[in-house]
Design a binder for this molecule. Structure first.
Ligand code: TYM
Length: 334
């Protein structure tokens, strides 16, 4: 609890081009939560270097992502928006938690299996212990709630296991966090292979809608989206492509799948795809305009970056000192 409010933490990697999946599965749901929770949203740049990055590119992407958080509607005076690398406690707690995590647990992580097969020439220890750093991010703020897309649930489950294990040894040190999934859009799938999640690392550019795609590109990608030969807009598990388009439409328009099925009853896929494309443009265009405005506000962004890092440092240090004392590190001499 901070000032009587429960704590919420989430983060996003500043790697690759963010997709509609990142927006609908995560960012969009973050807005307005600050009325009920004390919110921390990190640009997780420590996580990014588990895959080789160009330094100036990473720096630039991190700033763009931070601006995008604000453009999406996160008020930086009410939400603590900061760079993970500016708060030393993340790496320090991760080290300690590494000593409370089993190799077998990390071996089971599907994201590790995926990424190590994609980056077979660089399967580094950081890639393997990535979920421990994620646990540190969350536990550092005594987080109650973590809004994420479905693909991160396995990491969150591990975070809870690590926290319970630590608490089992040292008493009630960490709050046990709960996941928070949005009503729609928790798993947006590829437009080309709807059995795979939409991912920024997909080599086929038509598989993903990028947040900065212009309206023509968005409409074109939806027109090419893979569907089926049923020729009927129904919400079921066999029509995977249509299921995904309905999910996207619902998340953008704030409607239910049954409303969409009714609305497009008797209409062809062409009409439906156009409507989904327009719904997405309707959500992304204002986001892009706001982003283009904010990214130019250099002094404003710099002040946010500084103030929020100090705030995050303050709260994270409280937990870190407690943990350090529990495990037996010597007290600091003041
Ligand atoms: P990342 O950067 O891959 O994704 C950021 C968020 O977007 C969600 N997401 C999706 N949601 C629905 N459909 C999709 N196709 C889709 N693709 C991505 C993710 O679930 C995530 O919520 N490890 C994390 C970042 C992280 C983090 C944390 C998150 C680091 N520390 C602590 C929460 C708490 C990651 O790589 O997310």
């Amino acid at each position: 609890m901070i000032d009587g409010k429960k704590v919420l933490f989430s983060g996003m990697q500043a790697t690759g081009n963010l997709t509609l999946g990142n927006y609908l599965g995560a960012l969009k749901n973050w807005v307005n939560l600050c009325d009920d929770y004390e919110c921390f949203y990190s640009v997780v740049d420590l996580h990014s270097i588990t895959v080789r990055q160009d330094p100036s590119e990473l720096r630039s992407r991190a700033r763009k992502l931070l601006s995008l958080y604000i453009a999406a509607g996160l008020d930086p005076k009410k939400n603590c928006i900061y760079y993970q690398s500016h708060v030393s406690g993340h790496a320090e707690l991760a080290w300690i938690l590494n000593c409370f995590t089993y190799m077998g647990e990390l071996n089971r992580m599907t994201q590790f299996k995926d990424k190590s097969s994609k980056h077979a020439d660089n399967i580094n220890a950081g890639l393997f212990t990535y979920p421990v750093l994620m646990a540190a991010d969350i536990l550092l703020y005594q987080t109650d709630v973590v809004p994420v897309g479905k693909d991160q649930l396995q990491h969150l489950e591990l975070t809870r296991d690590i926290a319970e294990r630590f608490n089992g040894v040292y008493g009630d040190v960490f709050t046990i966090p709960e996941p928070y999934l949005g009503k729609a859009g928790a798993k947006i799938m590829s437009l080309q292979e709807p059995e795979k999640k939409m991912s920024k690392s997909d080599e086929n550019v038509n598989a993903s809608i990028y947040l900065m795609d212009d309206p023509d590109t968005i409409m074109r990608k939806f027109k090419r989206a893979v569907t089926d030969s049923e020729a009927s807009v129904q919400y079921n598990d066999t029509q995977k492509g249509i299921h995904n388009l309905i999910d996207i439409y619902c998340a953008c328009k704030d409607v239910q799948p049954e409303d969409v099925v009714k609305e497009f009853d008797g209409k062809g896929y062409g009409d439906f795809k156009t409507a989904v494309g327009e719904a997405v443009v309707g959500v992304l265009k204002p986001l892009q305009d706001e982003y283009n405005r904010i990214i130019k506000e250099k002094d404003f962004l710099d002040s946010i970056i500084k103030e929020n890092a100090e705030k995050a440092q303050y709260y994270s240090t409280k937990t870190l000192r407690k943990v350090q004392r529990k495990v037996g590190f010597p007290d600091r001499i003041r």
